[in-house]
Design a protein around this ligand. Structure first.
Ligand SMILES: [Zn+2]
Ligand SMILES: [Zn+2]
Length: 258
C-alpha cells in the first residue's frame, strides 16, 4: 500500500486519459490518493473525481497563488464545502511569496480564513509555503492551527522549519523534488523527519520524480519518492510505504481505507 497524499487529479493533463492513470496506480501499488482543491470554480470537479472512486478523497480550499478576482472565499463557504463526506481536509492554503508580487496581505487573510474554517469543521489543513516560512509559521501559531493539525506539503524548507511545524503538531510531506540530484536541503530533511510525521506525495501533474523528470507527473510515481526516502534513511521501501500510509489515515481520519 502506498498513498499519494497530494495530487491534482482534476487537471486536464491527468483527465486526458484518467482510466490509464488509475490503472498505473494499481499496477504500482498506489492504493489511495488525496486530490487537492485550488479554486472555488473547480471545486465541484475535484469533488466529482473523489466521488468517482472509493479510494480517492479531496480537500476544499483556494490556493494562495490564485489571485483574487473581486471576491474572496469566506469561512462559511469553506465550511459548507467541507461538509461533503468526501472532503477530508482544508486546503491547499498557505503563503507563496515567490509567485505573488506587491501587496501580500490578502494572502495572509485568506490563509487565516482557511485555518479558522479548518477549526470550525475539525478537519486538518494542507499547507503550501514558498519563500514565506516565517510568516507561515507565525500565522499557524497565531491562529492555533495546531488544534486541527495537518501537513506541510511539497516540503522544500530547511530542517529548522520542519522542526517548528512538527512542534506545532504538523506532518511533513515530501514530493518528487527529493529525488532531484541538487535537492540537498530536501534530502537532509527527508532523512531527519520522524517517520511518524512523514507523508509522501506527487503534487502531480507537476514535479515528476527521477526517472520521469520533465514529464507529466501522476500518482503512480509516488513510489519513486518513497524509494528515495528509503534509500536516504537506509530502511526498506516497505517500511516507508507502510508508515506513510498509516500516517495518512491517522491524520485524515475522515478517509476510510477501501
Ligand atoms: Zn502547493
Ligand atoms: Zn498542489
Amino acid at each position: 500500500m502506498l498513498v499519494d497524499s497530494h495530487c491534482h487529479l482534476d487537471f486536464p493533463e491527468l483527465q486526458a486519459d484518467f482510466a490509464a492513470i488509475l490503472a498505473r496506480m494499481r499496477a504500482e501499488g498506489v492504493t489511495h490518493a488525496l486530490t487537492i482543491s485550488t479554486t472555488l470554480e473547480t471545486f465541484p470537479a475535484v469533488r466529482d473525481v473523489a466521488r468517482s472512486s472509493p479510494n480517492v478523497w479531496c480537500s476544499a480550499g483556494v490556493h494562495p497563488d490564485e489571485r483574487r478576482d473581486g471576491r474572496e472565499v469566506t469561512l462559511d463557504e469553506l465550511v459548507a464545502m467541507a461538509a461533503d463526506p468526501k472532503v477530508v481536509a482544508i486546503g491547499e492554503t498557505g503563503l507563496d511569496y515567490f509567485r505573488v508580487e506587491g501587496d501580500t496581505e490578502w494572502q495572509r487573510e485568506r490563509f487565516r480564513t482557511h485555518i479558522r474554517a479548518a477549526k470550525a469543521c475539525a478537519k486538518p489543513l494542507v499547507i503550501h509555503t514558498r519563500e514565506s516560512a516565517a510568516d507561515t509559521l507565525r500565522i499557524m501559531q497565531e491562529e492555533g492551527a495546531g488544534e486541527v493539525g495537518g501537513v506541510m506539503h511539497c516540503f522544500t524548507e530547511p530542517w529548522e522549519v520542519a522542526r517548528a511545524a512538527i512542534d506545532l503538531g504538523f506532518h511533513i510531506s515530501f514530493s518528487g523534488i527529493v529525488t532531484f540530484k541538487n535537492a540537498a536541503v530536501v534530502k537532509d530533511c527527508a532523512s531527519r523527519v520522524p517517520l511518524e510525521r512523514m507523508l509522501v506525495e506527487t503534487d502531480s501533474p507537476y514535479l515528476a520524480p527521477v526517472p520521469h523528470r520533465g514529464k507529466v507527473n501522476q500518482p503512480a510515481f509516488v513510489r519513486h519518492v518513497a524509494e528515495e526516502i528509503a534509500r536516504l534513511r537506509a530502511v526498506d521501501f516497505e517500511t516507508i510505504a507502510a508508515r506513510t500510509t498509516e500516517n495518512f489515515f491517522a491524520l485524515f481520519r475522515h478517509a476510510r481505507p477501501a
